[in-house]
Structure formats: structure tokens, C-alpha cells
Design a protein around this ligand. Sequence first.
Ligand code: NAD
Length: 487
Amino acid sequence: MTSRSPATSLYDVIVIGAGPAGYVAAIRCAQLGLKTACVDNWSDANNQACPGGTFVNAGCISSMALLESSKIYHLLNSDISAHGIHIDNLAIDLSQMIKRKDSIIAALNHQITELFVKNNINCIHGQGKLIAPGNVEVITKKDSEQYTLNANHIILATGSHSTILPCASIDNESIIDSSQALNLTNIPKRLGIIGAGIIGLELAGIWNRLGSDVILLEAQETFLPTTDQQISHEAHHIFTQQGLDIRLGARVTSAKKGSKKVILEYQDSDGTHTLHLDKLIVAPGREPNTESLAAEEVDLILDENGFVHVDKNCCTTLPGVYAIGDLTALGPMLAHKGLEEGIFVAELIAEKSHPINYDTIPSVIYTSPEIAWVGQTEQALKAIGESYKTGISPFTSSARAHASGKTEGLVKIITHAETDIILGVHIIGSHASELIAEAVLAMEFSASAEDLARTIHAHPSISETLHEAALTIGNRALHIPPEVGMK
Ligand code: NAD
């Protein structure tokens, strides 16, 4: 990523931020023949540009790389003997594990940079700020050069950061945020995590499998409250069996570094409790990056929670200024939501847009096993009085799952009681993040459970579990007794 041809160029589009929302918006704009620049400030230790945002540099990709390493270690350390394979002297080289993760990040930074170059996007390594509709001020990272770029359209895509919890200040050593938790130099013996949300659970699984005793402190009484409750009960059971100590209704009130340990206090219905921890990860949610995004006189309107206010087309209240991804409250804070909005806004600018269907955005929690869902939960349908049917298939129904030794979890399909149209699909199990794609496609085409049941799935395959769940809705499951699948 270089800084070139700045001063007086008039662009069709300037994108601020090169995370999944921003870099995809820039590429799509360029594909549509729009003269595009993308400004991004992420730098590595050598002050080099690292396009890809939190997602690539300090979030999902890092987490996924370590998730894979920790799963391999866990398999070799505990489950492998069932395969008749024995390994002596198994050891973890954490610095190599982190190096592997960093090399994956570097490869993706390089890939995005190449895509910018090949698509003739002017990529600028610097701090971008909206100073007026049509005008972006840039301060370059390399030499702090300051100049203004002009464009007919400006797309804001600066993402989000970890929420600051005043009672647990990050000290960058013992009390750390979720990004720092992906760069530990040793495996903590006793690890606390504030927040049993998506990030907290993903990190808990990694460090638990590598040997930490993990305690999750979650203020809410309900585990994963927005997930279908049957799935969250199953997840709670599986994760507890794996050794995670999940404390619900536990509101952390203070956390400080003592002489050796982190001393944490939390309150629950039994009173106040104290924990001594070797490390504490603070993962209480994320907030949009709006600080220094726009000059005060521009009057970029934010909503009551600090998100950039947009209409259903990602348009801010300023002419020709759009906001996408984690910056807005339109849809969930998910990389693929931002990515789709990037495409949508680029096509809107080029007058070719197709609306985004926010109802069929899948959610995934990259734990082991994974959790994935799309559409409505059973509790949400109950709350609105909708009549529905459910079809459930445990992974034990799949011969392939047995052969792989991955029989934990289930697939649940919810359909409209009269029309049989699929309203939601919820999965906990191996490959849930991949299996959910079939459910998303089915819902995009308003498919019924009967459509899924009539679709031929390879035998044996894990995806047959989805097929089996669809069959149970018609009360004709083949591999599970009727009372298990049908409700
Ligand atoms: P989250 O909102 O999912 O979970 C944070 C949890 O912390 C909440 O349950 C909250 O009740 C709890 N909490 C807050 N303060 C607390 C306190 N003082 N004591 C105890 N508990 C407290 O947020 P997250 O896990 O940080 O994720 C942030 C966003 O990033 C989410 O929108 C998520 O969708 C997104 N994300 C998605 C993925 C993915 O797609 N796999 C991965 C990472 C992040």
C-alpha cells in the first residue's frame, strides 16, 4: 500500500477504511469503472500498511488460525488414542503457533494490496477524515504529509473497537483486550474472561484446549440469549463438559493487578466474590470507530448508541456520504454483513444496486463445535405468536459424523406451520459454519422443508443431518426415532 498521486485528484469514490466492508467496496467500485481511492491507517511494527482491518489483523482470522492449532493439539493430546494412534512427548511451541498465525495475516495483507493494485485503486496508508461532503483530509503514515482528496462519493468503513470497561482497565500485560489475547507469549494457568459472548467464547475454547483453566464471567442470566435457546442449552452443556467454567449472572465490578495476580471482584445473586487470575481478557462487546472520523463542523449524525446514523441504503444524512459495516446499527456487527454492504453501496453509486436481505444473514460462533444459525429463533416466534413446526436431527443420525468422531450437536429447522416455508435453521456441531450456507440459500429462495427433504444429499456426508432434520418435519425421518426429531 503506497501513497501516490494525492493532491488535486478528483475521484469518483473515496473509501475510508480497508476492513472487509471497505476493501470490498473499493474493489467493487473499481470493477464498475469508478475512479477509486482507499485510505487505511492500520500499520505493523515497522509502520507498513496492513489492509484487512481488525478482521484480518487482530480478530477473526487470528482467532481462526489459533483455533485450528488448538484443535490439532487437543486432538493429539486426548482424542487420538481412540484412533489407535499414540504420540509421546507432545509439546506446544506457542511462539511458533503465533508465528504461523502472523504469516497467515501477512499473506492476506499482501493479497488485498495486490487486489488494490490490480484493480487500479489508489491505496493510501494514512489517517482519513471527512472534512466536508466530497472532501477527505489525509495524513500519511510514512511522513505525516497532509493533503485533501476530493470525490463525488465517500464511503465510511472504519469498523469498531473493543468496548472499554471502566471497572477493568486494560494494562496491556495482565488485563488485556481480545486482540492482545491472540498474541500471548505463554499459556496462562488461570484465565478469566469478562463476557461470554461470541469473542469471549471463541477465546475461551482456544486457551482451554491449550491448557488454561478458563472462567467466563457473564453479566446476563441467560447463556447466548439471542441464539435459539435449545442450541444455547446444548452449547452450555458441551462447553461445560469441555471444562469451561461459565458463571452466568456474574457482573464484574472491579479488576486490578495485585502483586502477582489479577484480583477480580464480581457480584451475582449470592453476593460478592473474589477471584485471583493469571490473566484477564476483557471482551464486553464492540463499539463503532467514529472518533476523528469526521470534523466537528461536518455534523455527521450518530444515533443514541454512537453508531453512524444511516437509512436503509447506508446513506448518512450528508449528501454523497455512506457508512457501512460495524459503523452502523443496520444489521449485526459481522464481517460478511459489512462486505455485502460494500458491494451494495458501490452498486448504488453505479446505479446498479440490489437490496440486501438482512433477514438471511447467517451468524457463526467459531467454537469447537461451531454454532451457526440463520433466520428466526423458536423463542422469537413464540413471542410473536407465530405457528411453527420444528424438525431436529442430532449428528448421531449421520454415519459420516460417526466415522469422523464428530457426533456432538444437532440441526434444528423451524418452518411455518401452514406453508412449510423455512423460517430459521440452527446448528451446533462440526462444520456448522459450512452447513449453514445451504440453509441460507434455501431461505433466499423461500424454500420449504419439503424442498430440502426432496434435495438429494451425498451419502454419507455431514450435510445429510440437514436433510434428516427436514425429513422429521414431515414425520418421515429415516435415521432417528420419531420422538427425537419431531415436536
Ligand atoms: P457480545 O456482545 O457478543 O458479548 C459481550 C458479553 O459481555 C455480553 O454478553 C455482555 O453481557 C457481557 N458483559 C459486558 N459487561 C460485563 C461485565 N461487567 N461483567 C460480565 N459480563 C459483561 O460482544 P463480543 O463477543 O465482544 O463481540 C462483539 C461483536 O463482534 C459482536 O457483534 C459479534 O457478532 C462480532 N464478532 C463476530 C464474530 C463472528 O462472526 N464469529 C467474531 C468476533 C466478533
